[in-house]
Design a protein around this ligand. Structure first.
Ligand SMILES: NC(=O)c1ccc[n+]([C@@H]2O[C@H](COP(=O)([O-])OP(=O)(O)OC[C@H]3O[C@@H](n4cnc5c(N)ncnc54)[C@H](OP(=O)(O)O)[C@@H]3O)[C@@H](O)[C@H]2O)c1
Length: 287
């Protein structure tokens, strides 16, 4: 099989490597050149344009920032018979839009956002929440299992369903981060020892987040980005928009907290910065 990967950010690099490991041909493209060196050394070919990457490919995988970047790139590759796997987190409205675009061109479109970060992407153990037409699933599933844990690669419904579920998942990530930051701020106001508080919260409702982000929060160093605060803001914004008439007050508050964190200079850093920024807001040495 010949697979084209468009987007060599943190996830695209880690996911695409599994195409080579499985013995398939890999062609890669990234908007900014210079991200493909390790993949080329491992046997991949770099294309100069998305169209060149897709030329002759059996499937094209997009792992871009969000719906706007897919809207720019997808029209350059779509053609009769092509299988398009979109692993960008884009929300259901954009998935339906891109599904229609592909159908009109005679291509097949599967939205397949992933659950899990750079570690599982590197290990090939991501969860995949796919939205696909039933007839497209037999071709999409084996491809998705290259970077996904077979037990967690699921078709959750037709096109758009995977993207809808992914927003619900990331709503939780955002609300937990903002809630934890505010819990730490409260604990400071109450004069509690930060390490004691982290120990106790690490055994309770915030344990999932703390297990992953405690070391960054304790060091106030968010530069080892896995999932950027920018991506979290994009996803919470998509969730609020997707809800239409339903007022998501808590989600909006989490989005405001992430935006405030970005405005304080944490763009490009891990979303753990949201926890640290809220926790230390108002303290003499905080940003
Ligand atoms: N990181 C995670 O833990 C994680 C987990 C699950 C899902 N996701 C989702 O996976 C996707 C990728 O995440 P990531 O962490 O790999 O992001 P990232 O490191 O920020 O990479 C973003 C990629 O999108 C490209 N891009 C941005 N705007 C573009 C445009 N207008 N046209 C073409 N390419 C564009 C970037 O190219 P340049 O190099 O040129 O900027 C880069 O290749 C996102 O949708 C994210 O929400 C991420």
């Amino acid at each position: 099989m010949r697979v084209a990967f468009l987007g060599l950010g943190r996830m695209g690099v880690a996911m695409s490597r599994h195409v080579l490991i499985a013995g398939h041909d890999l062609v890669v493209w990234n908007r900014t050149p210079g991200k493909a060196d390790e993949l080329i050394a491992a046997g991949a070919t770099e294309a100069k344009t998305p169209g060149e990457a897709a030329d002759g490919a059996d499937a094209v995988v997009l792992v871009l920032f969000g719906p706007d970047s897919v809207r720019e790139v997808l029209p350059q590759v779509v053609r009769q018979g092509l299988l398009v796997i979109d692993s960008t987190t884009i929300g259901p409205d954009a998935a339906h839009e891109f599904g229609r675009l592909c159908t009109e061109a005679g291509a097949r479109y599967v939205d397949a956002p992933v659950a899990g970060s750079v570690g599982p992407a590197t290990d090939g153990t991501l969860g995949v929440l796919a939205g696909a037409a039933e007839e497209d699933w037999p071709d999409a599933e084996p491809l998705l299992q290259l970077w996904g844990d077979p037990a967690r690669v699921r078709r959750v419904g037709p096109v758009g369903a995977g993207s809808a579920l992914k927003l619900v998942v990331n709503q939780g990530i955002g609300v937990l981060a903002a809630g934890l930051g505010e819990a730490l701020k409260l604990s400071s106001e109450l004069g509690l020892d930060r390490r004691l508080v982290l120990d106790v919260l690490g055994m309770g409702a915030y344990s999932w987040t703390l297990n992953q982000k405690r070391s960054m929060v304790e060091a106030s160093d968010y530069s080892g980005t896995q999932f950027s605060a920018d991506l979290l803001a994009k996803d919470l914004d998509l969730a609020v928009s997707a809800a239409r008439d339903a007022e998501l007050e808590v989600t909006r508050a989490a989005l405001a907290a992430v935006r405030k964190t970005l405005d304080a200079g944490h763009s490009g850093e891990d979303y753990a910065a949201v926890i640290g920024h809220l926790a230390d807001e108002g303290e003499p040495n905080s940003h």
